[in-house]
Design a protein. Structure first.
Length: 134
């Protein structure tokens, strides 16, 4: 049976017992008290709890979560940044990384030995347009 990853970004959600959810991603902008309670409930059902978002590494350490997912899709040097974040979490923590959908970048990141690698749809044209607008 496949396992799913569920992203939690609002404090009004509670983990439902479900054997199909293997991992919860808690957004680092969530309140600490909600996140601690959520993590305890999720772990009770046997799921991993990872931090995600802009301050994932600090959030993970503060709440003693199982690890973090880092979105490095906008980074100019994702390998260097990932190594730094991985070191900050320490050994034993689950470290995942999201990369732009470029083969070379994914190969370089995979050499850093993340626990998993995700891809974000990326287009140079779209990035130029969003850079002009935002």
């Amino acid at each position: 049976m496949p396992k799913f990853i569920l992203y939690i970004d609002t404090p009004d959600e509670t983990p439902e017992p479900c054997r199909n959810i293997g991992c919860f991603l808690l957004d680092s902008s969530l309140p600490a008290d909600f996140s601690l309670n959520f993590a305890a409930a999720a772990r009770a059902q046997g799921a991993l709890v990872l931090a995600a978002g802009d301050n994932a590494a600090a959030f993970c350490q503060k709440l003693d979560l199982d690890g973090a997912l880092f979105d490095l899709s906008r980074s100019e040097n994702p390998v260097k940044e990932f190594k730094s974040l991985q070191k900050q979490l320490g050994t034993g923590a689950v470290c995942g990384v999201i990369s732009r959908s470029r083969r070379h970048e994914a190969m370089l990141l995979s050499e850093c030995e993340p626990d998993f690698l995700g891809f974000k749809i990326w287009s140079p044209r779209k990035e130029k347009i969003s850079g002009l607008v935002g």
